[in-house]
Design a binder for this molecule. Structure first.
Ligand SMILES: Cc1ncc(C[n+]2csc(CCOP(=O)(O)OP(=O)(O)O)c2C)c(N)n1
Ligand SMILES: [Mg+2]
Length: 367
């Protein structure tokens, strides 16, 4: 036969369990204990309110730029919640909700956005990598960790986050290929939030889904409603189980939306319509999940109100604590640290000149 069809080995599915109107497909409902459901809800709500506070503080000139998470809380919390403590989480730059879930203190996140490098430090026992700004660069690091886990015959899994825009980077393809060829224990979570700054999803790839890119590398790929926490949780659980059982990587495409600005340095009004934003506001992952919890008699309107109040106070506390820490942190000489083990001579020269400059300035000031 001169022509025959190849079977790609995997199918690409779309998974949705709780639709945007809050209707549950009970056949697909996962068994998650109540305490975990409520903890996931609290983390999503905290992340949304923290995001809003950060934006306000940035507009007031108190902190620097950051990449808001609003709209993507279910994609992050629903996936991070599947990990065990000893697993690894490798973020890009928008993963504040996942970081909070993993135990990063919000004070650290706030310090980081205020420009204090101390805030970027991950507690030693926490298996997370720091924020990675160069798009898709974290994916190769994540595969390296997964390869190390396999080599040492450990039972850990790596979960790494990236955006729709990152799938056009060479690093994405290199990471996917190596992960599959060496059957490493890794889950790739693509948060397809429809935009890479001002570049829309359609200009990113011609393929119908981003999930189907997995097929070319010989790994399973699934697309989920990324604003449906239950669907994200189920798909991640399947992928993590597969990885832990030595069956290799998975690509999960979470279809979601960035409800806020790309970063505080951008004006989305210049490239996307109000109508589009309104459409996605109706698909907000948080009220949808609240409906679900309400229908299960786990969370009442009064309890939500109480929680909102508690979170507001907590966030005020985070600000006060951060302000206190800012008084004692932030040596400008730190900018010369942490990149080179042995500093190149030209940087040594700059460091010494800067130290001299600071000394003179202080003497003039004191004098
Ligand atoms: C290698 C590299 N190129 C360009 C940039 C500038 N940049 C920052 S975020 C971004 C878009 C990323 O889009 P996506 O991967 O969809 O993630 P999102 O911001 O939507 O979460 C770009 C181009 C960068 N940080 N790194
Ligand atoms: Mg994007």
């Amino acid at each position: 036969m001169p022509r025959k069809k190849f079977e790609p080995g995997h199918d690409v599915e779309h998974l949705s369990i709780l639709d945007e109107k809050g209707k549950l497909d009970s056949r697909l409902e996962p068994e998650i204990d109540d305490e975990l459901l409520l903890k996931m809800h609290r983390t999503m709500l905290f992340s949304r309110r923290f995001d809003e506070a950060l934006l306000k503080w940035q507009r007031q000139g108190r902190i620097g730029t950051f990449a808001p998470v609003s709209g993507q809380e279910a994609a992050q919390v629903g996936s991070a919640a599947v990990l065990e403590e000893e697993d690894w989480m490798v973020p890009a730059f928008r993963e504040f909700a996942a970081a909070v879930w993993r135990g990063t203190p919000p004070v650290g996140l706030l310090l980081y956005t205020a420009g204090y490098n101390e805030g970027g430090a991950i507690p030693e026992e926490q298996h997370d990598l720091p924020i990675a700004i160069p798009v898709a660069s974290q994916l190769v690091h994540a595969v390296g960790i997964a390869y190390g886990i396999k080599y040492r015959e450990r039972e850990q899994v790596v979960l790494t986050y990236f955006g729709d825009g990152a799938t056009s980077e060479g690093d994405f393809h290199e990471a996917m290929n190596m992960a599959a060829v060496f059957s490493t224990p890794i889950v790739f979570v693509c948060q397809n939030n429809q935009w890479a700054i001002s570049v829309p999803r359609e200009k990113q790839a011609r393929s119908r889904t981003l999930a189907q890119r997995a097929l070319a590398y010989g790994m399973p790929g699934i697309q989920v409603d990324g604003n449906d926490l239950l669907a994200v949780y189920v798909a991640t659980q399947e992928a993590v189980e597969r990885a832990r059982a030595g069956k290799g990587p998975t690509l999960i495409e979470c279809v979601t939306y960035r409800l806020s600005v790309h970063t505080t340095a951008d004006d989305p009004g210049k490239y996307r319509s109000e109508k589009e934003v309104k459409k996605w506001e109706k698909r907000d992952p948080i009220p949808r999940f609240q409906n679900y919890l309400g229908n299960k008699n786990l969370l009442s309107k009064d309890e939500i109100e109480k929680l909102e109040k508690e979170i507001k106070e907590e966030i005020q506390g985070v600000w006060h604590e951060t302000e206190k820490q800012m008084e004692r942190l932030g040596d400008p000489m730190d900018m010369f640290e942490y990149v080179f083990h042995e500093m190149p001579p030209y940087l040594e020269e700059q460091r010494d000149a800067y130290a001299e400059f600071l000394k003179e300035r202080k003497e003039n000031h004191d004098g």
